[in-house]
Design a binder for this molecule. Sequence first.
Ligand code: MTE
Length: 324
Amino acid sequence: MVNIRIPKSWEIDPRAVTPEAIFFSRRRFLHSAIASGLGAALLAGCQNQSQEQSQLTAKTLPLDAKRSNAFASVDYPITDESLATKYNNFYEFGGTKSIWQQAQALPTDNWKVEIGGLVKNPRTYDIDDLRQKFPIEERVYRFRCVEAWAMVVPWVGFPMHLLIKDVEPTSAAKFVRFTSFYDQKITPGPGFWADSYPWPYTEGLRIEEMANELAFFAVGMYGKTLPPQNGAPIRMVIPWKYGFKGAKSIVKIEFLAQQPATFWNTLIPNEYDFEANVNPSKPHPRWSQAVERVVGNGPSINWTTQPTLLYNGYEEYVAALYKT
Ligand code: MTE
């Protein structure tokens, strides 16, 4: 394991360090709060908050990765880690945004990813081998869900084109299918309807989309390995497409001649098309996509709204893929 760093007992995540000015203004505030008898309640509240944060990322380990210069920031702040790890979609564990506790049941030990189909070098990777083989970096990407909420996430991982080069698809390969972990005993699905869903969760890309510089396999976020609720130990991140294209907890990758059936597109084809590029002028049948609600800057969901950008702001990287 090259990149995973076992933290010393005295270490804290540098991202958790409070900037000096905030530290001192909090101290002044705490001083007068304690004097006025509010102190005990306030301290208990802070303790609860940090206890919850450590539960949210209890199964993660620090991951050493340099931030990429090309994807160092976007024009709005990185979403608070406590929101990105607590407000999720992972239908294998339930149909609400609050599945992070249920998702802790995901068994991530001895994880393997099988790569096959129309390739010259089919192989099954152990997750540690994948992390070793491909140099990992941190990229700050916009993240836009089809439900019109948005975040900014610092992912850690490697571009998908490195894997394409490694397995060498044959000239017959035109599409790629990605399959998520599924085991009915562990992933109960979203209640009553779960049996009618086309499990396992699958997603697909055209091979040229997968080869684009932006297409990314994340093995971590916020400087740590991925927590289960965000798709441990490896997931797709395709920042110019709606979030549902980013399948979590990948166990299989297949290179194919034909466009594969995918989870949401099979379930509700008129609402979730295969391409699913972020596009403000193409409304979802039930809501507009012209604006997005940004998950708040800070520990609470203080939505702010802003215009949606074509290809989620990544037009310069991907527009050429869609020229007819
Ligand atoms: N992958 C799997 N296996 N199962 C899912 O339910 N939900 C998708 C995507 N990948 C999903 C999935 C949707 S709809 C979104 S918006 C993103 O994951 C949410 O990612 P996040 O929880 O890390 O924000």
